[in-house]
Design a protein around this ligand. Structure first.
Ligand SMILES: NC(=O)c1ccc[n+]([C@@H]2O[C@H](COP(=O)([O-])OP(=O)(O)OC[C@H]3O[C@@H](n4cnc5c(N)ncnc54)[C@H](OP(=O)(O)O)[C@@H]3O)[C@@H](O)[C@H]2O)c1
Length: 291
């Protein structure tokens, strides 16, 4: 039995969809407030719980031999931070999985994970990576770049105004990943012994600047799309205001600092371990607008 945490999220839903297609035995950890319509339509088995509540997690873990951990706090709420959900939540998962007899755990980290990151979430991700390596469990860590779906958050603006909002001047490099490819690797890692006790960076097959992303929109939509540059200084200033007045709940400055570095990686080790042809942004975009 596979337990998927964060099953109602972007990646969790895709993993659940692929597990359903493969007719695998799996259970989704969801909260009472989660949007579960699509999971219900798939016929997925649901277990209500919260990674910060050990008792609910213990129930969800019954009979579980494999875990895919994708949960994350997302938009921070008052009184909760990534230290509660992403850090302690994963430590709870590791502890209870060991109590349960253990098995294989696949953890979704992030390309920017680093102990000295200015962005707390990325610090937390690397601490969880490290906790897994000494847990005694069989594990695979996947460190993805930003999902292609993040690049289409402004798709309506692109269609209406022919502008693609970009952090900085448009020359910033990213290597977005198709969420379907990430889900495939997370599932494949469960039984792939070559992936055991390893961490893999995973990005798409190409490195693109925001100017090239705008050009890909233009190619797929068949009209001109210009980059609308949002100066880093402006993002940092807004970040300073938001952070100051929300007691650093959203960490906009840390986020901007971390993401102002290029998010690119070497897919070599991943491609040697997983039999996958990674989708390009253009392929993703054609599917996105065809729907
Ligand atoms: N999105 C990206 O570009 C990106 C890039 C690199 C790495 N990642 C990592 O990839 C993973 C998946 O990201 P995503 O974009 O799919 O996330 P997402 O859409 O924001 O989904 C987050 C999931 O976590 C669940 N969750 C939040 N708090 C919880 C709690 N206390 N107990 C149990 N579940 C809880 C949410 O449940 P509700 O539905 O109830 O809120 C939701 O299902 C995350 O670990 C993320 O950090 C994402």
């Amino acid at each position: 039995m596979i337990l998927v945490t964060g099953a109602s999220g972007t990646l969790g839903k895709e993993i659940s969809r692929q597990l359903t297609q493969e007719k695998r035995d799996f259970r989704c950890l969801v909260r009472k407030t989660s949007q579960i319509k699509e999971l219900e339509e798939m016929g997925a088995s649901l277990s209500y719980g919260d990674v910060t509540d050990k008792e609910s997690l213990r129930k969800a873990m019954q009979g579980v031999t494999h875990v895919i951990s994708t949960h994350c706090l997302g938009m921070p709420k008052k009184g909760l931070s990534c230290w509660d959900v992403d850090y302690q939540g994963n430590l709870n998962l590791i502890e209870l999985f060991k109590e349960n007899g253990g098995g294989k755990i696949v953890y979704i980290s992030a390309i920017g994970s680093a102990l000295h990151s200015p962005f707390q979430l990325h610090k937390v991700k690397r601490l969880v990576d490290n906790a897994l390596t000494v847990s005694g469990l069989d594990y695979t860590i996947l460190r993805p770049s930003g999902f292609f779906s993040d690049f289409t958050m402004s798709a309506k603006v692109v269609q209406k105004y022919h502008l693609y909002p970009s952090m900085g001047r448009g020359d910033h490099k990213v290597q977005g990943i198709h969420v379907g490819d990430l889900a495939y690797c997370a599932i494949n890692a469960l039984d792939n012994s070559k992936a055991s006790h390893q961490a893999f960076y995973i990005g798409g097959p190409e490195v693109l600047t925001y100017t090239q992303i705008a050009a890909t929109f233009a190619k797929v939509l068949g009209h001109n799309v210009r980059v609308f540059p949002i100066p880093m200084g402006f993002i940092k200033f807004v970040g300073w205001i938001v952070d100051t007045f929300t007691s650093y709940r959203y960490q906009i400055q840390g986020f901007a600092k971390s993401f102002s570095k290029e998010s690119i990686c070497d897919n070599g080790p991943l491609l040697k371990t997983f039999d996958i042809k990674l989708k390009t942004f253009e392929e993703y975009l054609r599917d996105y607008f065809a729907k």
